[in-house]
Design a protein around this ligand. Sequence first.
Ligand code: AMP
Length: 225
Amino acid sequence: MEEAILKLILLGPPGSGKGTQAKLLTEKYGIPQISTGDILREAVKQRTELGLKAKKFMNQGELVPDDVVVGIIRERLEKEDCQRGFLLDGFPRTTEQARALDEILNKLEDSQITGTINLEVDEEELLKRLSGRRICRECGEGYHVIFDPPTNSDNCNECGGELYQREDDQEDTIKARLAVYAEQNAPLVKYYQEKKILHRVDGKGSIQQIFERIIAAIKGSSKDD
Ligand code: AMP
């Protein structure tokens, strides 16, 4: 199985542990993680033409137009390191992007996405995870008041800096972010369900338990519906 070409999509709401699982999966399977959010943030930092186009949408928390992100993905998937598979994170966000991705893959090498993982965590748990996050103002180190508390509740273990809560990690904002996510994600779940490549994975439990569930889902791909 480790040798098979894996073209994976990872879907999951903010706070679902998607980033952590993406990292573990790319290490296990030796495939690159492709995050449109990361690519766009880098472009904004470097002030490239792409970055300038994307910045105003990102600052308002809106989706960057499909043609821009599809262009990014097309270029990225043509690179050598994607020939043995990849893990998409943050793309696709719309069914138009999902269709464009299918077309790109058809043209590139006539092969399709092997599996889409939908990490599922209920709202109550997501609220608990996200509203407990704290970040150091000085060095950016992250903590969680329940799951990873600092030794001194107000200061960073590393540098002693003051800890704060991001504005978008406050409860009302979190609820709004989760609602937007659910609305965006539902059509994608349907799209991949119809293609019979959607794996619903319970995202509650330890990092290792969730990782094992994802691997089992990937391995069972051919038998799933
Ligand atoms: P993320 O890090 O995935 O939350 O992405 C951060 C921001 O980048 C989003 O709020 C969007 O403005 C933009 N973005 C990332 N991926 C996409 C995508 N697939 N389609 C449209 N906009 C995106």
